[in-house]
Design a protein around this ligand. Structure first.
Ligand SMILES: NC(=O)c1ccc[n+]([C@@H]2O[C@H](COP(=O)([O-])OP(=O)(O)OC[C@H]3O[C@@H](n4cnc5c(N)ncnc54)[C@H](OP(=O)(O)O)[C@@H]3O)[C@@H](O)[C@H]2O)c1
Length: 356
């Protein structure tokens, strides 16, 4: 795994409004019409250099309705044994594809998109396992196409600032990180959050956010110790990870589909600490306290729903001919999937995708 982070990831244009165009217009294709597809499309509408060009769904009616709601020119559903996304990918006018299906379908669709010569923004988790992620990364590199996991929180001004404070030395040397994300997700064997065939469980869906706090302040760990509660379907309803670092630092991360947690992060250093308020994946406030001094607070708001920053980065990178983002590099997605494979081995969680 990569070495400790010596400096924070810095958004390449931290002071720029993501609604400011950075180059020629890109034609976007959106695969799926579910919850996150709609939320991200609403932010995509804010970018003047983004054209909402095509959408696909398993259902033609759903694609048509989504296209009508957001003004997409083309709508593709499954027809005569050809998947809607395959029909979208056959359209040469599409420049970049946003994959917004459940995790277990990312690999198949992103692979097809890269084979069709499209740049790809793929929802998190990038894939179900490291083998699938490595195949995507290899193909993107071979073809010279842009690929990025949609880790939107990395690009938020609040997160960038948190990592900047941690790296600045203001709270001393970072020794301990604690972060949680939890919400009670109603159980249903067919819900993507619970179904093994969709890559269900807390790990792939939400652990990526508490993990981001450890990665942004300490980097990838040298050891990972995992516990969790595995339900009768074999997915982790909740998990707790302890990350260990050679220099003695630790991170404790919890993720739950059962409990509504505070969704907070604490970064503790040798001289003080930093806490996030709001949500752990989209903080509205950062509080810094050095020693016994009065706490200092910084407030944050986002443009749109917060996805506009990652969309600006994807757009800028493609316009500038980059094949990966320096803020969300492919090596970090690979290392994350390797770390998650290791956690699943400890927890005893496996998915149908693992044996394909
Ligand atoms: N960045 C974020 O803040 C965020 C938030 C939530 C979720 N996500 C990620 O986004 C992805 C989707 O989550 P979601 O909450 O949008 O789920 P969702 O509301 O269930 O929507 C997923 C969509 O994918 C399509 N789909 C469902 N099952 C499929 C299958 N078996 N094969 C192919 N397509 C299928 C469906 O669209 P059609 O019916 O149109 O085919 C469905 O509406 C997940 O990877 C999740 O981790 C990210």
């Amino acid at each position: 795994m990569s070495a400790l982070i010596a400096k924070p990831w810095l958004f390449s244009q931290p002071d720029q409004d993501p609604r400011t165009a950075t180059g020629a217009r890109l034609r976007w294709g959106v695969v799926a019409t579910g919850g996150i597809a709609a939320a991200v499309t609403r932010d995509l509408e804010l970018l003047p250099d983004a054209e909402l060009y095509a959408v696909s769904s398993r259902s033609q009616a759903a694609a048509d309705a989504f296209a009508a709601d957001y003004g997409f020119a083309r709508a593709y559903g499954d027809h005569d044994g050809v998947a809607g996304y395959e029909r979208l990918l056959a359209n040469d006018a599409v420049d970049v594809v946003y994959v917004a299906t459940p995790h277990a379908h990312h690999h198949e669709i992103a692979l097809a998109a890269l084979r069709a010569g499209k740049h790809v923004l793929c929802e998190k988790a990038l894939t179900v396992n490291a083998r699938e992620a490595a195949e995507l990364v290899e193909l993107a590199r071979d073809k010279g196409l842009f690929l990025m996991e949609a880790m939107w929180s990395r690009f938020l001004p609040s997160m960038q600032r948190a990592f900047e404070i941690a790296a600045s030395g203001e709270i001393g040397e970072v020794k301990w990180v604690g972060a949680d994300l939890g919400f009670p997700a109603p159980y249903s064997p067919t819900s993507r959050l619970w179904a093994p065939r969709d890559g269900g469980g807390a790990l792939l869906d939400i652990t990526i956010y508490p993990l981001l706090w450890a990665l942004g302040t300490l980097g990838f760990p040298q050891t990972v110790s995992a516990t969790g509660w595995i339900n009768d379907d074999g997915v982790d309803a909740q998990n707790a990870l302890t990350l260990g670092y050679h220099h003695g630092a630790q991170a404790q991360l919890t993720s739950s589909l059962l409990a509504h947690g505070p969704r907070a992060a604490t970064v503790a250093g040798s001289q003080g600490f930093l806490q996030s308020l709001g949500s752990v994946n989209n903080p509205t406030e950062l509080v810094v306290r050095v020693g016994f001094e009065e706490p200092r607070a910084e407030q944050f708001s986002v443009v749109g729903r917060g996805y506009s920053y990652e969309l600006r980065e994807v757009t800028r990178c493609i316009q500038q001919g980059l094949t990966e983002s320096p803020v969300m590099p492919l090596e970090d997605s690979l290392n994350t999937m390797r770390l998650f494979d290791g956690v699943r081995a400890q927890l005893g969680v496996s998915y149908p995708n693992d044996v394909r």
